[in-house]
Design a protein around this ligand. Structure first.
Ligand code: FAD
Ligand code: A2P
Length: 318
């Protein structure tokens, strides 16, 4: 049955989930593992493609869903490691056009340990980034039934807002959308610290060049951009492009998708509250009277309590 619980939102497609679970994984084969940033970047982000033909994921994933991976080995109590989720970056038809090859965008977690200052390396992200073409990898999923393009995808306008690897699902969704005619309008706001970290930058630049309906705007937080002296967060792009952004958000059929860092959504909602007239804002956010006048002090804790995104807003943050 299609998902009808989003009564005032778009109808979402029916999806498959949990076809493979930890203990009952499918074996995929790595077909590609390439850096997906334009130049020598400060971080390490890779586009990893996995052939899942022969597993139950084959033909059964959609852009916007994620899949699971468990790092090999056991934790300090001798238990298998928990699975980590990775957003599918491929379109629904897969990298191969047949739904047999999915991809993701993995950032190596490398840092100093919060307590010891020793080197801290995330288990699953580094395991995935280390894999070579031809290596086997156990996969689970697919996961997620809410962060999806609607059934009648050409009937909507889209505002996609990403930070970091939050770009992954939007690569797949945009490839889905522009496989045919494409929507009336779609905009992608992409936030990274530096220009060197912009994943799939050439692909989105080309998509914009080839499609009048697509707008690609970057927000670099730690360096200047041509049109801005200071660093920008993605929500600042709503302000620098206030007029076109207000216009697209004013349409009755615009959907907002947000993906990336936990906490990014509240800044976006604050900016929307500052710039949008009430009748438009209420299409996206239900805001309690008591916090309505004090946008600057909104916090993430208020989400889903005093500040409730409507069914035209889709959020996946981690
Ligand atoms: P872990 O070994 O799990 O280490 C991370 C944990 O260690 C953290 O939870 C934190 O508690 C702790 N930690 C973090 N930093 C430090 C530090 N400096 N010192 C001490 N402790 C620390 N990631 C992607 O790269 N690409 C994606 O497309 C993607 N999609 C996702 C989709 C969803 C729906 C979700 C929920 C997550 C997604 N993630 C994605 C995040 C991913 O699941 C992992 O959380 C991430 O890769 C880190 O996993 P890890 O095993 O490498 O790190
Ligand atoms: P910064 O780290 O300079 O504060 P990445 O995951 O590749 O590090 O990119 C995440 C991007 O999102 C960075 O540019 C980061 O900026 C930015 N960022 C951090 N916090 C927020 C937030 N609350 N809202 C929007 N963007 C954020």
């Amino acid at each position: 049955m299609p998902d009808t619980s989003r009564a005032d939102g778009p109808e979402l497609p029916e999806v498959q989930m949990h076809l493979h679970t930890p203990g009952d994984g499918g074996i995929g084969i790595v077909t590609q593992n390439d850096v997906c940033t334009p130049k020598k970047a400060a971080g390490f982000v890779r586009h990893l493609a996995i052939d899942v033909s022969g597993t139950r994921l084959a033909g059964n994933f959609r852009s916007g869903q994620s899949f699971g991976v468990c790092p090999p080995g056991t934790d300090d109590k001798g238990r298998p490691h928990q699975q980590r989720l990775y957003s599918i970056a491929s379109p629904t038809r897969g990298e191969d056009g047949k739904g047999n090859v999915l991809s993701t965008t993995v950032k190596r977690l490398i840092d100093e340990h919060w307590d010891t200052h020793g080197l801290f390396t995330g288990l699953a992200s580094n395991y995935l980034c280390d894999l070579n073409v031809g290596d086997e990898v156990e996969v689970f999923g697919p996961n997620g039934k809410r962060f999806l393009l609607p059934v009648n995808q050409d009937d909507y306008n889209y505002l996609f807002i990403a930070t970091g690897t939050g770009i992954a699902p939007f690569r797949g969704m945009l490839m889905d959308l522009y496989e045919h005619r494409g929507p009336e309008s779609a905009a992608l706001l992409m936030g990274t610290p530096y220009a060197t970290e912009l994943m799939y930058h050439d692909q989105f630049t080309l998509l914009e060049r080839e499609n009048k309906s697509f707008t690609y705007l970057t927000a670099l937080s730690r360096e200047r951009q041509k049109d801005c002296e200071q660093g920008l967060y993605v929500q600042d792009r709503l302000e620098t492009h206030r007029e076109p952004m207000t216009e697209v958000l004013s349409r009755p059929n615009t959907l907002i998708y947000i993906c990336g860092l936990v906490g990014m959504e509240i800044g976006i909602f604050q900016q929307m509250a500052r710039m949008l007239p009430e009748p438009i804002l209420s299409q996206y956010l239900g805001i309690d009277e008591e916090v309505r006048g004090d946008v600057d002090s909104w916090t993430r804790k208020m989400l889903h309590r005093q500040i409730k995104p409507t069914r035209r807003v889709f959020v996946e943050v981690y």
